[in-house]
Design a protein around this ligand. Structure first.
Ligand code: C2E
Ligand code: CA
Ligand code: CA
Length: 486
């Protein structure tokens, strides 16, 4: 399509699970390093997916939808895919506004740093902290850095933001005991800025650790080497963050002077599941780091059963909610002033799969009635929904999740107006950290039910459109309960 843009047309696939897997595979294959003489070059790939007839019923609309999805996918960072959804346009606008608010927050000193303890497993001693940015938005409340950092990375704002965090963390760490190390996250864009090493100052270098992700290797290899050397000359420590999630090329470890690897939380999330290899991968990463003389921190340990597994793998350092979330500087200083800072591990026994807490208006369809409900949390396999009273266990319902997504479900538990359901077909990854149904109702089916033919608009679908042949209205079987705040 352009210098570096390609179009792939696949006939007769509308399964978003299969398409997501395919997109992942394409990204993976394209992202292998290419040898060029003695050097190697790495390129990334982003994928935007639009599906006919849902996202466009003619060529122009479909390509336009795929384009928008691609745009959002690129902004989400390298190596991702996105499905088109009707709200992408609004989201682009929302990100623009958030970026302006963030700029203002930085200018008005409205950002904060919190510190998450890194704990030595053997004696529960806190040996250091990772500085994590916090933003309490005047209207929205706390905004996650997982949301605003990628937005800042769309412009130079990340460079100022990163510099602010670095200086703030160094200043605050300078007041802590000398034995405490501080880790600061450095965005790839910040790292590739040639003036970056000059901004690294303010703390004894051996107490400062910079956390980089593999994306730093995407830049020009000469300037990368220069920056690595400059940082090593300063004497700061370097950690490779989120290890195992990217391309994890071992050549990075050979060519770059890392002192530490951080095992990504995603391995910990699944390390207690016998059928997955996560626990073995954690063990392998720990073994690899030992062999290379690097330290390892295992990140994201939340539960006691995960702690057991990770301990069995001989992990020496852990950073996770099982010990502590990130805490404000006053709390840090208070604990440090009281002498030794030790934390006993404490948390739930087991990990609750991938359940996400949400608060979203949805439709609940039962027989020929459509009720309004609120989605409270959702995982691949089920959901918790509020809004209907007295639904017996075993009742078959359909959740209307919007944009033509219908999930056939069975009620597995119910208490007051809250029901727990299991999906007949598990949801799939939507590429954006969320979940979606594999299939959607076709706009042709909607048109046949009397709606004008167009690609799927956002929002919920009314009963008349979903059910074609009316068997005659029955009385609603359940009582709908209004949820406050929605
Ligand atoms: P990260 O660098 O991987 O930081 C670890 C994230 O995992 C933090 O999320 C932390 O709160 C979270 N975490 C730690 N233990 C657990 C656990 O047991 N369970 C769960 N569920 N989460 C845990 P946070 O603070 O939301 O930050 C998200 C990401 O935002 C960070 O991921 C990092 O990539 C980015 N970020 C945060 N502050 C900065 C910054 O100052 N500069 C840059 N460039 N990025 C930052
Ligand atoms: Ca980090
Ligand atoms: Ca991490």
């Amino acid at each position: 399509m352009g210098g570096d843009e390609f179009q792939i047309i696949l006939p007769d696939i509308d399964d978003r699970g299969a398409l997501g897997d395919l997109a992942d595979k394409i990204i993976q294959v394209l992202s292998q390093p290419y040898p060029i003489g003695k050097e190697h070059a790495t390129i990334g790939a982003s994928v935007g997916i639009a599906i006919a007839p849902y996202d466009g019923i003619n060529r122009e609309d479909l390509v336009h939808s795929a384009d928008l999805a691609l745009y959002v996918s690129k902004n989400g960072g390298r190596g991702q895919f996105r499905f088109f959804t009707a709200d992408l346009k609004d989201r682009a606008e929302e990100r623009r506004i958030l970026m302006e608010d963030l700029r203002e927050a930085l200018a008005n000193d409205a950002l904060d740093l919190h510190y998450q303890p890194v704990v030595r497993v053997e004696d529960n001693m806190v040996i250091g902290f990772e500085a994590l940015m916090r933003w309490d938005h005047p209207e929205r409340g706390p905004v996650s850095p997982a949301l605003f950092i990628p937005i800042a990375e769309e412009s130079n704002l990340i460079i100022q933001l990163g510099e602010w965090a670095l200086h703030r963390a160094c200043r605050e760490a300078a007041q802590m005991p000398k034995s405490i190390t501080i880790s600061v996250n450095v965005s790839a864009l910040q790292f590739t800025d040639p003036t970056f090493p000059e901004t690294v100052s303010g703390l004894e270098p051996e107490r400062l650790e910079l956390e980089l992700t593999e994306s730093v290797f995407m830049g020009d290899s000469e300037s990368i080497d220069f920056t690595f050397r400059a940082l090593k000359d300063l004497g700061v420590r370097l950690a490779l963050d989120d290890f195992g999630t990217g391309y994890s090329s071992l050549s990075y470890l050979r060519s770059a002077p890392f002192d530490k690897l951080k095992v990504d939380k995603s391995f910990v999330d699944t390390c207690t599941q016998k059928d997955l290899n996560s626990a073995k991968i954690i063990a392998a990463i720990i073994g690899l780091s030992n062999a290379l003389g690097m330290e390892v921190v295992v990140e994201g340990v939340e539960t006691l059963d995960q702690l057991e597994v990770v301990k069995d793998m001989c992990a020496r350092f852990i950073q996770g909610w099982i010990y502590s979330k990130a805490i404000a500087i006053d709390q840090v200083n208070e604990r440090l002033a009281s002498g030794e800072f030790r934390i006993e591990p404490d948390g739930p026994d087991h990990y609750r799969s991938d359940r996400r807490t949400v608060f979203r208006r949805i439709g609940i369809i039962h027989q020929d009635h459509r009720y309004a409900g609120v989605l409270r949390d959702i995982s691949r396999t089920g959901a918790r929904v509020e809004g209907l009273l007295g639904v017996p266990i075993g009742t078959q319902i359909v959740l209307d999740l919007g944009s033509g997504q219908l999930a056939v479900s069975t009620v597995s538990r119910s208490r007051d107006a809250m029901i727990w359901v299991e999906f007949e077909t598990p949801l799939v990854n939507d590429g954006a950290g969320g979940l979606c149904t594999r299939h959607r109702i076709s706009p042709y089916a909607l048109a046949a039910a009397g709606m004008p033919l167009e690609s799927l608009p956002a929002g919920n679908y009314s009963m008349q459109l979903i059910k074609r042949d009316d068997e005659g209205q029955r009385k609603p079987q359940f009582v709908e309960v209004k949820t406050p705040g929605v």
